[in-house]
Design a protein around this ligand. Structure first.
Ligand SMILES: NC(=O)c1ccc[n+]([C@@H]2O[C@H](COP(=O)([O-])OP(=O)(O)OC[C@H]3O[C@@H](n4cnc5c(N)ncnc54)[C@H](OP(=O)(O)O)[C@@H]3O)[C@@H](O)[C@H]2O)c1
Length: 322
C-alpha cells in the first residue's frame, strides 16, 4: 500500500510516497481503510524536526487522525466494528497511508451523512477546543480571546465559544481576509497577531493560546481579575524563561495559567466529546472548516501550504480510490 513517510526531516520536500506492507492490527487495535486523513500543525512540527527529542526516525509515517472503514480487528478488539465507518486516532504516526491501525479504544462511529473529510476536521481539534474551554472554566457571557485562531484548533475554539454564549470572542490572525472568515464562525473582534486592533477589548476572562512564544506574557497581562489563560499549542515556540515573574506581577488579580494537553483526558472522554461534535455538526451548529482536500500523494503540497501560513482550518488528504 502507499504511505507518506519523512525521508529527511526539515523541509516539506523531505516527505516521500513509499510502498509499505499493510499493517497488522495488534491486540486491542483495528485496521482501517482510510478515506480521509487530517493534516495538523503537529505533523508539520514532527516533519520539521522540532520534536526530534521524541525519537522520530527517518521513514516515520506521519498522521494521527483518520476516518475510514474498519477492515480487521486484532486480538481482544471487538469484531463488530468490522465494516463500520469510524473516526480514529492512530497516535503519533501511521495515518498518512491507505490503511492504518488504531486502538479500538479511540474509535468513534461516523453518523450517517457525515463526510470522512469533515470528521477529521472536527474530531481531534474540536475535542481539544472543548476541553480547553472546560479547563478554562469558561461560562456564558464571559469574554474569550483565541490566539492563533485561524488553524484547526482555533476555528473550532471560536465556534465552541460563540455557541457556548461568550459575550466577546476576540481572535488574533494575520490578515483581514482570515478575520472575515473568523467573524463568519462567530468572532466578534478581529485583532492582529499582537492582539491589537481598533476595537480591541481592554481585557478578557479567558485566553486560549495556540501560539505561546515570546509574545505570550503580553496576552497573560490582558486577563481580567480572576482571568484564566490556557495554552494548548506552541506554534510560536517556547515562552520567555522569565514568565514566572509575569505570573507573580499579576498576583493581586488572582490569575490562573495552565497548559492543556488532550493526552491527560481519558479516551472515553475523547469519544464522548467527539461524538457530541459530530452530532452538533449534523444539526448544523458547527462547521467543519476544510481548507482543501488533496490526494495523499500531494502531502508535500499540503505541508508547503502549512509552512506558508496559507491554511485556514484543516487540510485533508484522501487516498486515491476513496
Ligand atoms: N493541546 C493539545 O492537546 C494539542 C492537540 C493537537 C495539537 N496541539 C498543538 O496545537 C498546535 C497546532 O494547532 P493548529 O493545527 O490549530 O495550528 P496551525 O493551524 O498550524 O496554526 C494556528 C494559527 O496560528 C497562527 N500562527 C502560526 N504561527 C504563529 C506565530 N509564530 N505567531 C503568531 N501566530 C502564529 C496562524 O494564524 P495567522 O497567520 O492567522 O496568525 C495559524 O493559522 C501545535 O502547537 C500542536 O502541538 C495541541
Amino acid at each position: 500500500m502507499k504511505a507518506v513517510a519523512v525521508q529527511a526531516f526539515g523541509r516539506p520536500e523531505g516527505l516521500a510516497v513509499i510502498d509499505v506492507p499493510v499493517p497488522v492490527p495488534d491486540a486491542g487495535e483495528v485496521l482501517i481503510r482510510t478515506e480521509a486523513i487530517g493534516v495538523g500543525g503537529v505533523d508539520a512540527l514532527i516533519r520539521g524536526g522540532a520534536l526530534a527529542a521524541y525519537g522520530f526516525r527517518d521513514g516515520h509515517v506521519l498522521g494521527s487522525e483518520i476516518a475510514g472503514v474498519v477492515e480487521a480487528a486484532g486480538d481482544g478488539a471487538d469484531g463488530s466494528w468490522i465494516g463500520r465507518r469510524v473516526w480514529a486516532f492512530t497516535g503519533l504516526g501511521g495515518g498518512y497511508a491507505e490503511r492504518a491501525v488504531a486502538p479500538v479504544a479511540t474509535l468513534v462511529p461516523l453518523p450517517e451523512g457525515l463526510a470522512a473529510t469533515d470528521a477529521v476536521t472536527l474530531g481531534s481539534s474540536g475535542m481539544v477546543a472543548h476541553f480547553a474551554l472546560r479547563r478554562a472554566r469558561f461560562a456564558p457571557g464571559e469574554s474569550v480571546l483565541v490566539r492563533g485562531a485561524a488553524g484547526g484548533l482555533g476555528t473550532m475554539t471560536v465556534q465552541l465559544a460563540a455557541r457556548g454564549g461568550a459575550g466577546v470572542v476576540a481572535v488574533t490572525t494575520s490578515s483581514a481576509a482570515r478575520g472575515d472568515r473568523l467573524r463568519a464562525l462567530g468572532a466578534t473582534h478581529v485583532l492582529d497577531r499582537s492582539g491589537d486592533g481598533p476595537d480591541a477589548p481592554a481585557g478578557y476572562d479567558v485566553v486560549i493560546d495556540i501560539v505561546a512564544g515570546p509574545e505570550m506574557p503580553s496576552f497573560f497581562r490582558r486577563l481580567e481579575p480572576n482571568g484564566r489563560m490556557v495554552v494548548i499549542g506552541v506554534m510560536g515556540g517556547d515562552p520567555p524563561a522569565d514568565f514566572g515573574t509575569e505570573l507573580f506581577a499579576g498576583f493581586r488579580k488572582s490569575l490562573s495559567f495552565t497548559t492543556f494537553s488532550a493526552d491527560t483526558v481519558p479516551l472515553d472522554g475523547w469519544r464522548a466529546a467527539i461524538a457530541d461534535l459530530f452530532e452538533a455538526a449534523g444539526r448544523g451548529e458547527l462547521e467543519a472548516v476544510v481548507h482543501e482536500v488533496l490526494p495523499l500523494e500531494q502531502a508535500v503540497a499540503a505541508h508547503r501550504a502549512m509552512d506558508g501560513g496559507a491554511v485556514f482550518g484543516r487540510i485533508v488528504l484522501t487516498p486515491s480510490g476513496s
